[in-house]
Design a binder for this molecule. Structure first.
Ligand SMILES: [Zn+2]
Length: 141
């Protein structure tokens, strides 16, 4: 019998992201901080962003995970992210491509669109919530 070959592709340095603008999935290098979408040519940030103090932003845009720490207080017009963890305060219109986790003492003011939402007891949520696999825009088909 020939030796069994384990031809599993190496646990590689690629990951799949979904473009925030045209919603097409594509492979990117895991260590890349930014890429240009190969479909719509927009520049995409990939790194996770974490906030641990008051910050006002117009737009927070990343395919990575946005984390608002307990002492964080983020005010933004729009948050377009790959995932979201809120332990502090966050105000803005949120569109997350991945799960949204809200800690027990967190406070979110704004509309949230995400595939899944987990909320700790005692969290304050103010806004409209559109949760489910179909809530987040994807390509037709
Ligand atoms: Zn794109």
């Amino acid at each position: 019998m020939p030796p069994v070959e384990y031809n599993v592709p190496s646990p590689d340095d690629r990951s799949t992201i979904v473009c925030l603008y045209c919603h097409r999935p594509q492979e990117v290098g895991r260590k890349a901080m930014t890429v240009t979408c190969k479909f719509c040519n927009k520049s995409l940030r990939l790194e996770d962003q974490s906030f641990s103090k008051y910050e006002a932003r117009r737009v927070i845009d990343t395919c990575g995970t946005v984390t608002v720490e307990k002492k964080g207080n983020v005010v933004a017009d729009k948050i377009n992210c790959g995932g979201l963890v809120v332990r502090g305060k966050l105000k803005g219109t949120i569109i997350s491509r991945g799960p949204v986790l809200v800690g027990p003492e967190a406070e979110i003011k704004g509309d949230v669109t995400a595939p899944t939402l987990a909320v700790g007891a005692g969290a304050i949520l103010e806004g409209k919530y559109d949760i489910g696999p179909k809530a987040v825009p994807t390509l037709p088909g």
